[in-house]
Structure formats: structure tokens, C-alpha cells
Design a protein around this ligand. Structure first.
Ligand code: PLP
Length: 405
């Protein structure tokens, strides 16, 4: 077996904003014999998962599953709906918006990329202004990253939908929910999204390797006329085979066992409880950051992410040196600064399979790391977080009580 670095005793703290900690229940589900993906048991598995995913994406429409990382689902969203030379509107919210833009350009799309400061979300007024200028309807899609994993800034989707509708623009709306799905309230259908891109390795508590497109009728209609070359990513072949409980090529059988289990876990806890757990942990984390006298990267409290917090390092201190010290001393991985934030921020992931005491351990590790690295900081970060957890504790329903309900 591949030898991991030695973790002397106790569990490693994986507090990057994805991949996240995989629950033992999910690991055990994955650790079952691989079955015939053309057999009858498999069709039952597929049907149950496809129904469960609709609840997670909050849609009655189809959700397509790819054995691919999130980048594959980005590509699938574009090649199924657009043609070479089509214009798309995007916003520079951070590293992942920048990567999606680069992918779109490699496919031959023309991207109108509205510059941003990597500390703010998408301004719906700008969406409206850009689309109002486009009287000839040359823009075929608006692409938004719901939760920017590189910055901890969440863009609100309903105001973007309303902006598109106010100017009566026919552009498709595509949203990346890779670090929000299953953690922050997201409603594919009610919010009028045409393609939602998701991934397995964050709120769904699975290892990396699966990604998703939830699609609207309008997106499916667009796919009939889109001319970008596509073969593996074709929605039509997927949808046809899925209707019988199968996939056009060999699916990731064991990851699907895991997905079946993680959907069960989300159902047992209940999505509203999952969302409020994430909101509470995120608020406790921000209080800790303020208690340390450090700054949260996100400028706008209305756009704080509930799945991760990006923390700015004081001038003269390298965020990566800090992260290395925390890993070496406390066996905890924190998220690195990506792109132009390299060395300037570290990110605390507080999503997925996570509870109060895991948050406490995480914040203690950060506070002790700041002291270890002589980073000037206030001493009461953990105390502030604990006070918030104490004030907002509600009686937890046990799994048995939830199952019985
Ligand atoms: C918001 C967002 N979009 C896209 C991606 C790319 O996904 P992947 O690395 O799984 O291909 C990530 C990865 O972390 C992400 O956080």
C-alpha cells in the first residue's frame, strides 16, 4: 500500500476547503465489491442516486453524473450548450472564475471577463448593465461561480437571475457550485439556473472523482443546436442511458456507492440543518479571526462564504510558511493562497463532515500556529468562537431520532 506521511497519533486534520473529510460510513460504503454495471442491482443504485441528487440540487429536472473532477463538469456545461465564437459573460471573482474562463477560451468561446478585486462577489447591477448593452443578444451565457473557493466570497444567484430577466436577455445562466453544494442553500430550479456544475469532494463528503451537471429544459433545448465538438461529455447519450439505470461508459461504481451513502447522510440530517450547521461554524470562524486581530479576505458581510474563510496574513509574514508550521507541528492541513493570493492568505475549510469539536480543534491549531510562528495576533480568537458556539447551541437530534421521525 502507498505509505502516507507518518501521522504519529490521532487523526490528521484535513481543513482545506476540499477535498474534505470523508465519513467512515462513506468509506465503508465504497469498500464493497464492485458489481456489474450492466446488471439489475446497478440500475436500482442509479435510480436511487439520480432521485437523491435532485433533492441535493433542489430540482425536479435531470442531474448528469460524470466520472471526472469538477473541471470536467465545467467543460461539459460549455460544450453541450455553446458553439465556437459564442460570447459568454464572466466575472473575475477569484482563481476558479479565472480557470473557468481559461477553459472557455481554450474551447474557442469569446469571454467578456469583468475584472474584479478577488475580495467581492458578482455585482448584479453590472450583469444587468452588460446585458442591457448587448441588444443583438450576442452573449449566449452568463457564467457565475457561486462560492469562490479561492477567496471565501459567495455571489448571490437570485439577483443575477433577476438582472437577466429585467432586461429580457435570453442568455443561459450557468453556476459553479463546487464548494457550496450540500453546504450552502442552493436552488437550481427555483433560482432559474440552466446548468449547475457540482463536484463530489466538498459538501458531498466524497473523495474527488465525480462531478455533475444539473440541467434545465432550456439548456437541453440549447444542446440540440450547440456545435462545439463533444463526444464523452454528451448529455443526450447520458440521459438516454440513465433512463434505463445505466451509463454510456463504465461508471465509477464504488464512488457511486459512496454517493448513495452521502445522500442518505444529508437526508438524515436534513438540508436546512446542514445549511445552518455550516452558517454557524462559519460565523464562529470569522469571530475567531477578528479575535486574532486578523482580516477576513471577503469585504462584504453579505457575501461571506459558509464553507471556508480566507484569512489575510499580516504584512511581512508568509502564509505558506505558517501553513507548513501548522502541518509539521499539529498535523493539520490548511488551504493555501491560490493564484495572486499565494503567500498572502491561508484558508480554513469548515465544510462537509464537520462538527463543533472539529471546529474547535481547527481553530486551536491556527491559534497555536500563529504563536509558534510569531505572527502578531490577539489571544482571544478561540475564546470568541467558543462563545458563539455556546450561545447558539441547540439540542441536537440524534441519528436514531431523525430516522424515526
Ligand atoms: C469553485 C471551484 N470550481 C472548480 C473547481 C475545479 O474542480 P476540480 O479541481 O475538481 O477539477 C474547484 C476546485 O476546487 C472549485 O473549488
Amino acid at each position: 500500500m502507498f505509505q502516507l506521511d507518518s501521522h504519529p497519533s490521532g487523526r490528521h486534520f484535513l481543513q482545506i476547503p476540499g477535498p474534505t473529510n470523508v465519513p467512515d460510513r462513506v468509506l465503508r460504503a465504497i469498500d464493497q465489491p464492485t458489481i456489474d454495471h450492466r446488471g439489475p442491482e446497478f440500475a436500482r443504485l442509479t435510480f436511487e442516486i439520480l432521485e437523491g441528487l435532485k433533492e441535493v440540487f433542489q430540482t425536479a429536472g435531470p442531474v448528469i453524473i460524470y466520472p471526472a473532477s469538477g473541471t470536467g463538469a465545467w467543460e461539459a456545461a460549455l460544450v453541450n450548450t455553446l458553439s465556437a465564437g459564442d460570447r459568454v459573460l464572466m466575472f473575475e471573482t477569484g482563481h476558479f472564475a479565472t480557470l473557468w474562463r481559461a477553459l472557455a477560451e481554450k474551447l474557442g468561446l469569446v469571454v467578456d471577463f469583468v475584472p474584479g478585486d478577488w475580495r467581492s462577489g458578482i455585482d448584479a447591477a453590472l450583469v444587468e448593465a452588460k446585458l442591457a448593452e448587448d441588444r443583438a443578444h450576442m452573449i449566449k451565457a452568463v457564467l457565475a461561480v457561486h462560492n469562490e473557493t479561492s477567496t471565501g466570497v459567495m455571489s448571490r444567484i437570485p439577483p443575477i437571475r433577476q438582472a437577466i430577466d429585467r432586461v429580457g436577455h435570453p442568455a443561459l445562466l450557468m453556476v459553479d457550485t463546487i464548494s457550496s453544494l450540500g453546504s450552502i442553500d442552493y436552488r437550481h430550479e427555483a433560482w432559474g439556473v440552466d446548468v449547475t456544475v457540482g463536484g463530489s469532494q466538498k459538501g458531498l463528503m466524497l473523495p474527488p472523482g465525480l462531478s455533475f451537471n444539473a440541467v434545465s429544459d432550456k439548456a437541453i433545448a440549447a444542446s440540440k443546436h450547440a456545435r462545439l465538438p463533444r463526444a464523452y461529455w454528451r448529455w443526450d447519450e447520458m440521459l438516454t442511458m440513465n433512463r434505463q439505470g445505466y451509463f454510456p461508459s463504465t461508471p465509477a461504481t464504488n464512488l457511486l456507492y459512496g454517493l448513495h451513502e452521502s445522500i442518505a447522510m444529508l437526508r438524515e440530517e436534513g438540508l436546512p440543518a446542514v445549511f445552518s450547521r455550516h452558517a454557524r461554524h462559519a460565523e464562529a470562524t470569522r469571530r475567531a479571526v477578528r479575535g486574532w486581530g486578523l482580516e477576513v479576505l471577503c469585504r462584504d458581510p453579505d457575501k461571506y462564504s459558509n464553507t471556508l474563510t480566507a484569512v489575510m496574513m499580516p504584512d511581512g509574514h508568509d502564509a505558506d510558511a505558517f501553513r507548513r508550521a501548522v502541518l509539521a507541528q499539529f498535523d493539520m492541513s490548511l488551504g493555501t493562497g491560490l493564484g495572486k493570493l499565494a503567500g498572502r492568505v491561508f484558508r480554513i475549510g469548515h465544510l462537509g463532515f464537520f462538527n463543533d469539536l472539529m471546529l474547535c480543534g481547527t481553530l486551536c491549531g491556527v491559534e497555536m500556529g500563529l504563536a509558534l510562528q510569531d505572527v502578531p495576533h490577539g489571544r482571544n480568537g478561540v475564546g470568541e468562537a467558543l462563545a458563539h458556539l455556546r450561545e447558539t447551541t441547540t439540542t441536537t437530534t440524534t441519528t436514531e431520532q431523525r430516522r424515526a421521525a
